[in-house]
Design a protein around this ligand. Structure first.
Ligand SMILES: *Cc1c(COP(=O)(O)O)cnc(C)c1O
Length: 370
């Protein structure tokens, strides 16, 4: 029998917690607690203790988390920011919007930024390495830290997809000067609209983020520098406080689903799967996405669609340097380009049941047996 498995299932996730969510919204509305209120401070405290980091600030979204992080580190015109081309356009846009230049590089087999290509692309103008902690995996940060140290560069992490992911028991977002998170609804920890956070262990960066996100206003309510409006809504913070309660369990469920995919699909030679959970002692992956590489990708996608399974090609199947209109016309990154034509994401979220996952695997097996 054909099943119907959407790529993501917002309504099912809402239904699981409907009463608690509606009670919380009612409570926040009754208190009229909207901007920079208690639920936000509570959320920031939870984030700090979860990540074991000194400071956390809720901001309007992940893109602004990146922009404010760069600003707080004084990155501006003439500076270059190195990042993987297999990332969201927002990573590059954040550099562009502070006046700096995004420098795009290749990614490795595990889809993460390629340290060798970082080295090749460093110039006198390079100031920042901005690794994307992609798909719920953390880069090999020892290697990246070494390059940063040798070249006097800072690291600012795009950890929008990495909350809870670890490398050598240290959390994504806590390696560099600053780490940016997104709480977009489909992200690992998703709110009901836009949301984001910046975390840091650096006192000066923290002070600047505090000012920047609220019009340059200090703790006494005085404006002491230029800033902008980039605050996480208190209502969204209240929602995130609910979701945080089950967060660890949710991450383990994602790892469980990844394991089912891995076990069922690992012998299909036309597929290259993401590293399975527990395969590498240095990594704790939390599978924001289950992104694989598939031969005959488009046909597989159509076959799955016919069988009721929705899949997605991340970022429309384009690496950032392939986006028209962003002035990356003359760049060629053959490794990323080849991989981009094979990337595919299978459904991955906590409302998926084992039956669904097995059904998806069976449908894929049938396709490659033909
Ligand atoms: C989602 C995402 C962002 C941007 O986050 P928003 O909250 O949507 O602004 C940035 N980088 C990556 C890698 C993302 O996946």
């Amino acid at each position: 029998m054909t099943k119907n498995i959407p790529f993501f299932n917002y309504s099912a996730l809402f239904k699981k917690q409907e009463k608690e969510i509606m009670d919380t919204i009612y409570d926040v509305l009754s208190r009229g607690a909207y901007i920079l209120q208690n639920d936000l401070s509570k959320f920031e405290d939870k984030l700090k203790s979860f990540l074991n980091v000194k400071y956390a600030f809720g901001v309007s979204d992940g893109t602004n988390a990146l922009i404010l992080s760069l600003k707080a580190c004084d990155i501006s015109s003439d500076d270059e920011v190195i990042m993987s081309s297999h990332t969201y356009v927002a990573t590059a846009a954040s550099a562009h919007l502070v006046g700096a230049k995004p420098i795009l590089v290749e990614c490795k087999k595990d889809h993460m930024i390629d340290p060798d290509d970082i080295k090749r692309k460093i110039t006198k103008k390079t100031k920042v390495i901005m690794p994307t902690q992609l798909n719920g995996r953390t880069c090999d940060m020892d290697e990246i830290q070494k390059i940063a140290d040798e070249n006097n560069l800072i690291i600012i992490e795009d950890a929008a997809q990495g909350l809870g992911s670890q490398y050598k028991n240290k959390f994504a977002g806590t390696f560099g000067k600053a780490g940016a998170f997104s709480f977009y609804p489909a992200k690992l920890l998703g709110c009901f609209g836009d949301g984001g956070a910046v975390v840091t262990n650096d006192d000066q960066v923290a002070e600047k983020i505090f000012l920047l996100r609220d019009h340059g206003r200090n703790k006494d309510g005085e404006i002491i520098c230029w800033g902008t409006n980039s605050r996480l809504d208190n209502m969204q913070a209240a929602i995130l406080n609910i979701k945080f309660k089950t967060y660890k369990k949710d991450l383990y469920r994602r790892r469980e689903i990844a394991l089912i995919y891995n076990e069922a699909l690992k012998d299909i030679k036309e597929l290259k799967l993401p590293p399975p959970p527990n395969a590498e002692p240095n990594h704790f992956d939390v599978y924001q996405n289950y992104e694989l590489q598939a031969e005959k990708r488009d046909k597989l996608m159509a076959h799955l669609k016919e069988n009721g399974v929705d899949t997605i090609i991340q970022w429309g199947g384009k690496a950032v340097h392939q986006l028209k209109g962003l002035e990356f016309n003359n760049i060629s990154l053959p490794v990323v380009e080849k991989m981009t034509s094979q990337f595919l994401m299978l459904p991955m979220h906590t409302a998926l049941v084992d039956d669904d996952v097995n059904y998806i695997c069976d449908s894929i097996k049938k396709f490659y047996k033909k």
